[in-house]
Design a protein around this ligand. Sequence first.
Ligand SMILES: [Zn+2]
Length: 207
Amino acid sequence: MLTDRSSRRRRLSVLAGLAIVATVISLTVAACTTVSAQNETPSAGAQTTGSAQTTGSAPTHKGPPNAEDGVLPDHTSAYDTSLPGIAKLDPALRKAVQAAETAMQADGIRMQVTTGWRSKKYQEELLAKAIRKYGSKKKALEYVADPDESHHVTGHAVDIGPTAADHWLNRNGNRYGLCQTLSNEIWHFELVTKPGDSCPPMTDPTK
Ligand SMILES: [Zn+2]
């Protein structure tokens, strides 16, 4: 009798334990879902690892863009050529950015490439997100280029951070042929002048 009751009690406590475990698991799953949704922010880029686990073995991966699409981790240097976002840049642009990075570092500024080359898929995602944010494709195109026109997709543009590095490049980038080309993006640089020459007028994407 006693054993019977104690075994039932044990069974009950096992069931209670299982219920707790199930709750913890579902809470964890919920948290992961939220995290991977947040990770879709284009500029945050890097942390796509959480959602990578859920990616199936389909030939073109679903889910948010990852390193293969040009997403770069924080503190990426122009010398990090093992990353597709750097490796697939136009070699002349990459060389210019590397030279600027070295010179900037001597001035005490540590720059990072926040985006270099981007896959068309990545650019499409950015545009889709901007359309959701701004409510129309026309407005979205002021902030995100069309995938067929983006110079990131062709490997001819880099986005540089932090702001101190952007200011440095706006003062000295032309020594390396680098210029800000879009008037509303102080971080966006392209190789558009001869080293030492002045920069051409910027394009205003809002017009
Ligand atoms: Zn850019």
